[in-house]
Design a protein around this ligand. Structure first.
Ligand code: NAD
Length: 434
């Protein structure tokens, strides 16, 4: 069985390398030729722990190759995993133009039976559009199947998530497609859930929106804690001990970001509304999340009063630790708000600085990128924590205090123990704790 993976971004690259690791012959293809060139040399265009080793070992074994020739890759394949982007469109719905483009290209190169597998996150009913597109543009009477196999990997732990997933969802409408996908995932037979295609498509959006809702819920509780003597960390711990609730995704903070939750939540709201379903529960989830940056700015002002010309260090730019991804990261809005107030920024992130530089280039007067967290803290009037990188949890806080002009920490991720930090001499503000 020859497998093509189209789109070699975060998901496609991990999928290609992961399927090769399972022993399949895989070709990864992308229309970004420069990206393909780098990947084929074993160089990663993104930061993802463990991926470089997985890529290099499978390139060496020879069962993983990369190509910028999409036509040839499609023609040579039996199964095509579509992993292109489905970014947010202007009205909140998913922009499906990359999926449509690939569907047409598959149609034009359909030279034998193939299974086209949606791995990208797509609205329920997308398979009907792909099917219609391929049927409209294909040149011969050749049969094909569509299947859905949504991806649940998390950036930062994408490799183990793909190689040892909690579940593999497979949505199919024919026995033939089902048998092929079951064979591909033979090594994880016990974790397969096979459904129809609409169900598989919806499971992905329903899962991401549920997790987003959990985060907004705990942030709402954090707002309540701040008006009382309750402590959000203890509230979350107490809630999480109930196995019906579980302790994951109960971390109060700056809210959710990244390339998935915000866009998938908005897309599901739009899907529901288009189908006449009341989606107010999810609209509130989105609204509570959007409010987080405003509330954080208020906290910073509570500490510093006037922000104009204050030197502020920001530690953490990535939307979460162990990734260089800054898509929809809370730090982006925070930087915009602080610049708007006239603050002078010193930024540090172990992996995401180059990506942030593209959005906010270095500028001698207002924005400076620093090589260490200590350089960022040097002379600062306040230190903000935006991403819970382990490196920040392990900071030498006494050294940080001696470097800063004013020992003030505003912690958007609750990574420090308030009593300990205050004992060192910091004025400390965090989320949902007094
Ligand atoms: P990405 O932007 O990193 O990668 C998309 C890739 O597709 C890019 O390399 C782009 O050049 C390529 N591409 C676009 N149009 C193409 C075309 N016509 N032909 C060939 N290649 C083309 O996106 P991503 O983060 O990998 O996400 C891909 C999909 O997976 C999205 O639907 C996303 O919602 C979903 N998803 C993402 C994650 C995640 O953590 N990033 C997790 C699960 C699911």
């Amino acid at each position: 069985m020859k497998i093509a993976v189209i789109g070699t971004g975060y998901v496609g690259l991990v999928t290609a390398a992961g399927l090769a690791e399972f022993g399949h012959a895989v070709v990864g293809a992308d229309k970004a030729a420069d990206k393909i060139e780098r990947i084929a040399r074993g160089e990663l265009p993104i930061y993802e722990p463990g991926l470089e080793e997985l890529l290099k070992s499978n390139l060496k074994r020879g069962n993983l190759t990369f190509s910028e020739d999409l036509d040839k890759t499609i023609r040579a394949s039996d199964v095509i995993f579509v992993c292109v982007g489905t970014p947010q469109g202007e009205d909140g719905s998913a922009d499906m133009s990359q999926i449509e483009e690939v569907s047409r290209q598959i149609a034009e190169n359909l030279n034998g039976y193939k299974v086209v597998v949606e791995k990208s996150t797509v609205p329920v009913k997308t398979s009907s559009w792909i099917k219609r597109t391929i049927t409209l543009y294909k040149k011969s009477d050749i049969h094909f199947d569509i299947a859905s196999n949504p991806e649940f990997l998390r950036e930062g732990s994408a490799v183990p998530d793909f190689l040892r997933p909690d579940r593999i969802i497979i949505g199919v409408e024919t026995e033939r497609a089902r048998d092929i996908l079951v064979k591909i995932y033979e090594n994880a037979k016990d974790r397969l859930l096979i459904t129809n295609i609409d169900t598989a498509e919806l499971i992905k959006h329903a899962s991401n929106s549920f997790l987003a809702m959990k985060i907004s819920y705990i942030n709402l509780m954090a707002n309540l804690c701040e008006k009382t003597e309750a402590d959000i960390e203890q509230v979350a711990k107490g809630m999480g001990l109930d196995p019906r609730i579980g302790n994951l995704f109960l971390k109060a903070g700056l809210g959710f970001g990244g390339s998935c939750f915000p866009k998938d939540l908005k897309a599901l709201i739009k899907i529901g509304e288009d189908l006449g379903v009341d989606m107010s529960l999810l609209k509130e989830t989105d609204r509570i999340n959007a409010e987080r940056s405003k509330l954080f700015l208020e906290k910073i002002k509570k500490a510093l009063w006037i922000l104009k010309d204050k030197k502020i260090a920001i530690l953490g730019l990535a939307f979460k630790p162990d990734t260089d991804d800054i898509r929809e990261a809370p730090s982006i809005k925070l930087i915009a708000n602080l610049l708007n107030e006239g603050a002078v920024l010193r930024l540090y992130d172990p992996k995401a600085q180059n990506n942030m530089k593209e959005l906010y280039p270095e500028d001698k007067t207002r924005i400076q990128y620093c090589r260490t967290p200590y350089k960022a803290a040097n002379g600062a009037n306040a230190l903000l924590l935006c991403t819970e990188w382990k490196e920040f949890i392990d900071l030498d806080l006494k050294k940080v205090k001696n470097l800063m002009d004013n020992p003030i920490i505003v912690d958007g991720r609750n990574i420090f123990n308030p009593a300990e930090v205050r004992k060192i001499g910091f004025e400390y503000y965090s989320i949902g704790r007094n």
